[in-house]
Design a protein around this ligand. Structure first.
Ligand SMILES: Cc1ncc(COP(=O)(O)O)c(C=O)c1O
Length: 453
């Protein structure tokens, strides 16, 4: 436990000033004990006391090409040496090139990009476009979803982070998406789940009034809320329903896009073309904040003659755009998409399947690319989760125990509710992925000890 003490103890002025002056996201400020990060390289980072961690959470599932990629750092430095920022109304070679490259990669006629600062404002602006394009007000989203923490995007978010933020934003309708392992539709096959989830969506649209609904926003693969992979036919079905009722289909690819699912965009996996795609995180591995909305020509045309009533001082920030250009170049040169896909099929899938054979506490393993979840249960028959939905404090202790055990062993994990996600950078070498999974193997004995089935 010596390492734990070193990690958790206040060791420096950095720590003291943080606790005194930094107000952190999603935290009760009095109980937070942040790690003091001193550096990072590739899939590793280290704290100021020199302890190294294999980053199996890619920070916040955003450093898709790892820490401190030299070419990405150099591109930002080079642009910073030339010109750091311009107003959003001007054109600049980096802004034009980032938009051109993204449009080239995006499916169908998604040919224009509105750049934002991050994912939340990408959600807000995609919804704004859909509402103005359709002249309708309502927004549909699933309960198991996260779309950001701005005033608009948190209202659309389905998960419990919305609860304390319910400020009466009107027109948001939540519905239940597919989740075969815990089917809300009593489905016993993926085909049934697809059929029934689509019937439920169609019913919700009917009773809400199709002519009132501007858009449906869906994480292509639900991220934080469970790595929920849409069963075959679901996204195609959503596309068809949207076409039938003139509803805009927004794919939130803030977490799932840019290699995470072993594709440029996760929708490529199902060959579906949404009307709008939101992106952020993996587009430049978060080295500089940036996000955006990729816009179909049809929707862009809505704003040919009339003004788009939205904007941001930093829309298309040129350091951000330079980093997107460099990052896309690195993806191509280094075969990052192919590597992510290979890690999913040849390394992570078989290794996690083996863990599931060994550990009764693993109820379900699911994922693709470098986007995986182990769903932990107390009983495989009843599927009782290791900790309850949205557990905190003592209820969440079994997961806290797993996190602490991973950190002791030098693995930085990503957990949410009763799940451990396996989401290292897309370019993590095979041996490091296996090293991390070996640590998970060790710590899962703790979850097995709570197994009652
Ligand atoms: C699917 C999804 N959408 C939107 C967001 C919000 O992005 P940001 O935190 O950059 O505002 C996130 C962040 O985790 C996300 O996972």
């Amino acid at each position: 436990m010596a390492a734990m003490t070193a990690v958790d103890a206040p060791v420096s002025a950095t720590y003291a000033n943080d606790r005194k002056h930094v107000f952190h996201s999603w935290s009760s400020q009095g109980t937070l004990k942040p790690m003091v990060i001193a550096g990072g390289e590739g899939s590793w980072f280290w704290t100021e006391d020199g302890k190294r961690y294999l980053d199996f959470s890619s920070q916040l599932v955003n450093i898709n090409i790892g820490h401190q990629h030299p070419k990405l750092v150099a591109a930002i430095q080079e642009q910073a040496g030339k010109l750091c920022t311009i107003a959003p109304g001007h054109a600049h070679e980096m802004r034009s090139e980032a938009a051109r490259l993204i449009a080239e990669l995006a499916p169908g006629d998604l040919d224009m990009v509105f750049f934002t600062n991050a994912g939340a404002d990408a959600t807000d602006n995609a919804i704004r476009m859909a509402r103005l394009h359709t002249g309708r007000h309502k927004v549909m989203a699933t309960y198991r979803s996260y779309h950001g923490a701005s005033g608009g995007s948190i209202a659309v978010t389905g998960d419990p982070r919305r609860w304390p933020n319910e400020t009466g934003v009107s027109g948001v309708v939540h519905f239940t998406g597919p989740y075969p392992y815990r089917s809300a539709f009593y489905a016993d096959s993926e085909a049934q789940e697809t059929e029934r989830a689509l019937a439920h969506l169609r019913h919700t649209i009917m009773v809400e009034g199709p002519s009132t609904i501007a858009c449906i926003i869906l994480e292509t693969v639900v991220g934080t809320n469970g790595i929920l992979i849409p069963p075959p036919g679901y996204l195609q079905g959503v596309r068809e329903i949207c076409d039938e009722f003139g509803i805009v289909y927004i794919a939130d690819e803030v977490m799932a896009g840019f290699g995470r699912c072993g594709e440029w965009f996760a929708v490529d996996h199902w060959d579906v073309t949404p009307d709008l795609i939101t992106f952020a995180k993996g587009s430049n591995s978060g080295y500089v904040p940036i996000g955006g909305v990729i816009i179909s020509q049809r929707i862009a045309d809505s704003f040919k003659e009339r003004q788009f009533p939205g904007g941001l001082t930093y829309s298309g920030h040129i350091l951000g755009c330079a980093s997107v250009v460099a990052s896309i170049g690195i993806f191509k040169e280094e075969g990052i998409i192919e590597h992510a896909r290979m890690l999913g099929t040849d390394v992570i899938a078989p290794a996690l399947a083996k863990l599931q054979e060994k550990h009764p506490s693993i109820g379900d393993v699911r994922g693709l690319g470098v986007f995986w979840a182990l769903e932990l249960v107390r009983n495989r028959e009843t599927r009782e989760p290791l900790v309850p939905f949205n557990a905190t404090g003592a209820d969440a202790a079994p997961m806290a125990e797993l996190i602490a055990a991973c950190k002791e062993r030098g693995l930085y994990p990503f957990t949410h509710f009763n799940r451990m996600h396996v989401v290292p950078p897309c370019n993590t070498p095979v041996d490091e992925v296996l090293q991390g999974i070996e640590i998970i193997d060790e710590v899962l004995d703790l979850a097995d000890a709570r197994y009652t089935g």
